[in-house]
Design a protein around this ligand. Structure first.
Ligand SMILES: *[C@@H]1O[C@H](CO)[C@@H](O)[C@H](O)[C@H]1NC(C)=O
Ligand SMILES: *[C@@H]1O[C@H](CO)[C@@H](O)[C@H](O)[C@H]1NC(C)=O
Ligand SMILES: *[C@@H]1O[C@H](CO)[C@@H](O)[C@H](O)[C@H]1NC(C)=O
Ligand SMILES: *[C@@H]1O[C@H](CO)[C@@H](O)[C@H](O)[C@H]1NC(C)=O
Ligand SMILES: *[C@@H]1O[C@H](CO)[C@@H](O)[C@H](O)[C@H]1NC(C)=O
Length: 196
């Protein structure tokens, strides 16, 4: 005997359980990330600072390859850099670290200084500990602000799509560069609490 009532009660109970799990996350906010649920979607807005440190006693950014022509190019075309750059809550280097940007960027502009970023932003703070998003985009670093594409993610950012707005905060003569990031990511309510 099929009972539509029993079926809808079951669906109700299961979805109520999922809602409960989702709301547990909603109450677990961090200062640098805000999660808002809208229907089936979760909109997360992140605000942090990226520190690229190519010099000094413990660089987090190293040039690993270059083309023979790179030294002749005003835009360093062909240089490839590996990074493990800290991400912090505030612009200060001593500010709390909430994650790291790990990956590669290459100088991809023949005439303009423009990078191609293939970087995973891996978080270590609060409920985002272990979650990451992947960014794959050109980065017109000489522009004061630029937009980059978020193409995926893991953990709470599973199935992420979104964009990052980066704004240069400072560049020192030592090459140390700090950029502010505002990132908007869309995920799904039901994709983020099955970590198996
Ligand atoms: C480019 O210049 C740097 C610094 O002068 C040097 O170390 C490097 O070997 C040069 N690279 C090439 C491919 O000539
Ligand atoms: C660099 O430029 C100089 C001067 O224009 C040229 O003689 C040299 O061949 C160039 N080197 C490379 C690796 O392109
Ligand atoms: C993040 O997770 C790792 C591994 O699960 C754990 O060792 C670490 O203590 C956690 N860090 C924070 C800040 O919760
Ligand atoms: C936030 O969630 C994480 C992981 O789910 C947990 O370790 C942490 O204790 C929670 N923090 C608060 C303030 O509820
Ligand atoms: C990020 O958003 C905040 C608040 O809206 C704003 O003050 C800040 O300038 C933005 N930063 C970037 C890098 O866009």
């Amino acid at each position: 005997m099929s009972s539509p009532n029993l079926l809808s009660i079951l669906i109700f109970i299961v979805s109520a359980m999922n809602e409960g799990a989702a709301h547990a996350h909603t109450n677990n906010q961090t200062t640098w990330a805000k999660r808002v649920e809208k229907g089936n979607e979760v909109i997360t807005t992140l605000q942090f600072y990226f520190h690229d440190i190519p010099s000094g006693p413990s660089p987090t950014s190293v040039r690993i390859a270059e083309a023979a022509q790179t030294n002749n190019s005003s835009s360093f075309f062909g240089a490839l850099v590996m990074i493990d750059d800290p991400l912090t809550v505030g612009p200060d280097q001593s500010s709390k670290i909430v994650g790291r940007a790990r990956g590669l960027f290459g100088s991809a502009g023949l005439s303009e200084f423009s990078l191609i970023m293939a970087v995973s932003y891996v978080f270590t703070d609060g409920m985002y500990n272990g979650s990451s998003f992947s960014l794959l985009s050109t980065n017109e670093v000489m522009h004061p602000t630029r937009e980059m594409a978020v193409v995926g993610g893991t953990g709470l950012f599973r199935m992420a799509r979104g964009y990052a707005i980066a704004r240069t905060y400072s560049i020192e003569s030592t090459g140390v560069a700090i950029a502010g990031y505002n990132v908007t990511i869309i995920t799904y309510v039901y994709s983020d609490h099955t970590h198996g």
